[in-house]
Design a protein around this ligand. Structure first.
Ligand code: ADP
Ligand code: MG
Length: 628
């Protein structure tokens, strides 16, 4: 038997290891299974090139809980280690690796980013075990070795009578880590980290019912057999070639990833690069809701089929964190903090590659089947609009497929819209005015009025639309967006047909004074307009810029677009050509005039949804009085 001291400078690194990744003790299992997988894949390689003259067979990895003995076993049938190799790879490599890791990162332990997911390798076993044994038999013709270490730098190494090739790791679980002796805990962990690892992982057994043979007797009972409980799918869809997969395979894989998700994904994007970095994966567009936050953290990050994290912040551009699916890349450095990650050149490349692939896919969906794309638009627009706002590259690409739906359910690209309206939707400065509604019902009368003039009205109702319009106004030349009930629409109308006023200049001044006496000036800017006599007598509009500023305040976008407080201010457009206005002017008593003005103002407010509470109650009461 050999006894020795592991050659490390830190006196006793085990307590340190234990403390270090406090909340992440569970990753020890992932690390040990990764090692078992590596050992198996190495053997596969050696046998395939003829360097190992042994039968590779169908190796599996087995995890066993011995609750009574307080032990956890991880057993593989990989290439194993000779006694010399244990000295070298465990005592030197693994230990120095762990020491180096601690040295480098103990100060940044507070940075709770990806670093918490990075493994210490073999020595992470000491986060949960008070003693660890390795019993290992190399594929080479040498006796098995038995290594034991109790959490001090001392170890023992002696021969063992194990005859089957492979390695068994035995963890003597420490008292404060008893949770890892529970079947359910281990099973959950295996499903979390090892669900798609490339070697089958057995955890216990299960009963399976065999199908009845075709010629079975009527009262035949189906036969039950006990089989290995394999917890993983060693060949997940993303590791295959896109050409080998049908649409249904992608849907099935989605179900595998999100068993609790009942809705089907709208479409998928298969990622597959090996130069200048290695990355595979499948991203899915689910049906989106308008809530940006609840949909995050659904993309899973893997390294060589080992689950790392479901927080891909910094790796995937922010707007795509609303997607679902899997990304697998050995090239993402994980032993660093998130802030470092965002500055890393390779990671930046990965992020822009993903953005480009998503844009390309959207473009091809649009060109190949526009009708279908239009149908899906409402369910995906939030991601696209968010992307257009946050990623300049994506904004440029999105020009080809971003859609602008009208209130009548037509969908235009920007270019199509531009060509459609350039002839008759310009204001007096020859600026193109794009009209839109945010709510079809609330703005119904304004929409009708605009349509009657032959204008196109877009339906822009997503929560970040005001930011998007701002963005378009600054990047496209000489355009402005105007809500149908905004003041700009008056400019449009005026340019086209300036109506002759029924009132004289003196009468106008008289009306202006009268209105201003009754209408509170801190809330309404009175504006006299000569419009069609059958257009509404009183109409409330809000300056476009003011309403949009307010909207942007509300949808702050995480402070990104924060603004100060804006006062509530409206225009009151009074149609001097309307019959009612004539009647107000002709009414003899001041009291009656006031009543008519107030009633008209309230009607205008009512149609904009601005009449509420006590004022609404009073209005209704007053109206009943009038029709009595
Ligand atoms: P890493 O896996 O990054 O090399 P580890 O600390 O996890 O670092 O493991 C150290 C070394 O110990 C491995 O490189 C490997 O040579 C050896 N080893 C660990 N587990 C096994 C195993 N189950 N079978 C064979 N060799 C192993
Ligand atoms: Mg390892």
């Amino acid at each position: 038997m050999t006894k020795g001291n592991i050659n490390v400078s830190v006196e006793n690194i085990f307590p340190l290891i234990k403390k270090f990744l406090y909340s992440d003790h569970e990753i020890f299992l992932r690390e040990l299974i990764s090692n078992a997988t590596d050992a198996t894949l190495k053997l596969k390689h050696l046998t395939s090139v003829g360097d190992a003259k042994v039968e590779y067979g169908n190796p599996i990895i087995e995890v066993k809980v011995d609750k009574k003995g307080k032990k956890l076993h991880i057993i593989d049938q990989g290439l194993g280690m000779t006694a010399d190799e244990v000295e070298k790879y465990i005592n030197e490599v693994a230990f120095s690796g762990a020491e180096e890791f601690l040295d480098k990162y103990k100060d940044s332990a507070k940075d709770t980013g990806i670093i918490g997911h990075f493994g210490l390798g073999f020595y992470s076993a000491f986060m949960v075990a008070e003693k660890v044994e390795i019993i290992t038999k190399s594929y080479k013709d040498e006796p098995a070795a038995h290594w034991t270490c109790d959490g001090s730098p001392e170890f023992t190494l002696e021969p063992h009578d194990k005859t089957e090739r492979g390695t068994e790791i035995i963890l003597h679980i420490a008292d404060d880590s008893k949770e890892f002796l529970e079947d359910s805990r281990i099973s959950t962990l295996l499903k979390k980290y090892n669900k798609f690892m490339p070697i089958p992982i057995k955890f216990g057994t299960k009963e399976e019912t065999l199908p009845l043979p075709e010629d079975a007797k009527k009262d035949a009972k189906p036969e039950k057999v006990t089989v290995d409980n394999i917890i993983n799918n060693p060949n997940p869809a993303w590791t295959k070639q896109p050409t080998d997969l049908e649409d249904q395979d992608y849907k099935d894989f989605y179900r595998e990833l999100y068993p609790m998700q009942f809705e089907e994904p709208l479409f998928h994007i298969h990622l597959n690069v090996d130069y200048p970095f290695n990355l595979t994966g499948i991203l899915y567009f689910p049906k989106m809701t308008n809530d940006l936050n609840i949909q995050k953290d659904k993309i899973q990050l893997y390294q060589n089929q080992v689950f790392v994290t479901d927080n891909v912040e910094g790796i995937v551009p922010e707007f795509l964190t609303m997607l679902r699916g899997v990304i697998d890349s050995p090239d993402i450095p994980l032993n660093v903090s998130r802030s470092y990650l965002q500055a890393d050149g390779a990671v930046k490349k990965i992020s822009s590659y993903i953005t480009r692939k998503v844009a390309d896919k959207l473009k091809s969906l649009f060109t190949n089947n526009r009708e279908d794309f239009e149908k899906k638009w409402d369910d995906i627009k939030i991601v696209i609009e968010y992307g257009m706002l946050s990623e300049e590259k994506f904004f440029e690409k999105a020009d080809a497929f971003a859609l602008y739906p009208t209130v009548d359910g037509k969908y235009y690209t920007y270019e199509e819209l531009y060509n459609k309206i350039k002839a008759n939707q310009t204001d007096k400065d020859d600026k193109l005015v794009i009209l839109y509604a945010a709510d079809k019902d609330a703005q119904h009368s304004y929409i009708e009025a605009a349509k009657a003039k032959g204008y196109e009205v877009l339906l822009m109702d997503s929560p970040i639309v005001s930011h998007l319009m701002q963005k378009l106004e600054t990047s496209k030349e000489n355009i402005s967006f105007s809500r149908v009930d905004a003041d700009h629409i008056d400019n449009l109308i005026k340019k086209e047909d300036t109506k002759i006023s029924k009132l004289t200049v003196e009468q106008k001044t008289e009306l202006d004074t009268l209105l201003k006496e009754v209408i509170p000036s801190e809330k309404f800017m009175v504006q006299l307009e000569s419009m069609d006599s059958d257009a509404a007598p009183f109409m409330i509009t809000q300056p476009e810029f003011m309403r949009r500023m307010k909207e942007m305040q509300q949808t702050g976008g995480g402070g990104m677009f924060g603004m100060g407080n804006m006062p509530e201010m409206y225009n009151l457009v009074v149609n001097t050509n309307s019959e009612l206005v004539g009647e107000i002017m002709n009414t003899k008593t001041k009291k009656k005039q006031e009543r008519l003005i107030n009633q008209s103002l309230d009607l205008a407010r009512l149609s904009q949804g601005l009449l509420k509470g006590e004022e609404l109650t009073k209005f209704i009461k007053r109206s009943y009085e009038m029709i009595k």
